[in-house]
Design a protein. Structure first.
Length: 364
């Protein structure tokens, strides 16, 4: 492929992605709406709208007749034109969701996983769960792929689960390739928390800002959205928030260190002191804010959501009282807008975004 061809292909995909992103955040739009929102020329927008219409991704939704000038065609995304399946792999359960092109969750199913499950056991459970989803052959024709939000450490670039904390059988497992061969579908593999923060960003659009999703579910992790994209780090293993040390003489952690936030938190939670567990988490959140200067903190995870108001209150108080100049360094603290589905939904949205979002231009 020549540089000129690559540039044209990238530009076409980029322009289409801009229109699709707009269509996810507004109910209907016109050519002029797209021009104003993207800065593209009217001619370029007309070409993009024609291609997306031909692919069945958008459709006309009527005509607006202004007082002066020609009537304007109104468009909308066709949500059921494409779907993706998202999987959230926890240490005890597998959660599957079906997500449409607009980011709406249509179906959710949760099934148990065996204790200390193997890759083979997981793949069998994943395949069975997907087969049980409603839609059958009709759905498969519009299925873009499967996204997996997995426990780390994880090498997203190579599709490898390096050494999943608390699971003995997951040392350098090529899960992406294994799942594609097992399912016969494209598979996107990422850390659970990175998938989760992607879901929140997808739903909020361009106003999301720099943010972190904190998940408390068996372990503790943090997914980062920085500069308008998911932040994975130099080795795509960013997010091991629970394995930052908060007590030098603390108890041993599954990662091999002592006094990690996760183990100190878990000891308090297991003793029934949820208030203390929430305060431990809040200390870690303030450390993050001091390091990264984030505008938003999203709280998620099944263990946290069982005591949602306790955790929310503790983190809000810490953010407002422990961050110097909280009047200036303001941060919004919220619960996940997708509740327990956020990781699985985000994994599905990553699949959709890979095909219908802003593309990467690979080096030539």
């Amino acid at each position: 492929m020549t540089r000129t061809t690559a540039d044209v292909t990238f530009l076409r995909g980029y322009n289409q992605a801009l229109v699709m992103a707009l269509g996810r955040t507004v109910r209907t739009f016109e050519r002029s709406t797209v021009v104003d929102a993207t800065g593209l020329t009217p001619q370029a927008v007309s070409k993009v709208l024609a291609r997306l219409s031909a692919d069945g991704l958008i459709r006309t939704a009527g005509v607006r007749r202004p007082g002066i000038g020609k009537p304007a065609v109104v468009y909308e995304i066709v949500p059921d034109s494409r779907y993706a399946i998202g999987a959230h792999v926890a240490r005890r359960t597998l959660r599957l969701v079906l997500v449409d092109l607009a980011g709406t969750v249509h179906h959710c199913a949760v099934s148990p996983l065996p204790g200390d499950f193997t890759p083979e056991q997981f793949l069998d459970a994943l395949s069975s769960g997907i087969d049980a989803l409603p839609g059958g052959a009709d759905l498969r024709g519009r299925l873009t792929g499967v996204g997996i939000g997995m426990i780390g450490p994880l090498d997203h670039a190579r599709g490898l689960v390096r050494d999943a904390h608390g699971l003995r059988h997951w040392h350098d497992v090529p899960l992406r390739d294994l799942a594609e061969a097992h399912l016969g579908l494209p598979v996107h593999l990422d850390k659970d928390v990175t998938a989760g923060i992607t879901a929140e960003a997808w739903r909020h659009g361009g106003t999301f800002g720099d943010a972190v999703l904190i998940m408390v579910e068996s372990g503790i992790g943090g997914g980062f959205w920085l500069g308008g994209t998911a932040h994975r780090g130099a080795h795509t293993n960013a997010g091991e928030f629970g394995h930052t040390v908060v007590a030098l003489d603390g108890p041993p952690c599954v990662c091999g260190r002592h006094g990690c936030l996760e183990i100190v938190h878990n000891h308090a939670a297991e003793a029934g002191d949820i208030g203390r567990a929430a305060r431990v988490l809040a200390v870690g959140v303030v450390n993050l804010l001091q390091t990264l200067d984030l505008s938003r903190v999203v709280l998620a995870g099944a263990d946290l959501l069982r005591h949602a108001q306790t955790y929310l209150a503790a983190v809000e108080e810490a953010v407002h009282t422990d961050v110097p100049r909280a009047d200036w360094l303001t941060t919004d603290v919220t619960l996940s807008s997708l509740g327990p589905d956020v990781i699985a939904a985000g994994a599905a949205m990553q699949v959709l975004d890979k095909h219908y979002g802003v593309p990467d231009l690979a080096p030539l």
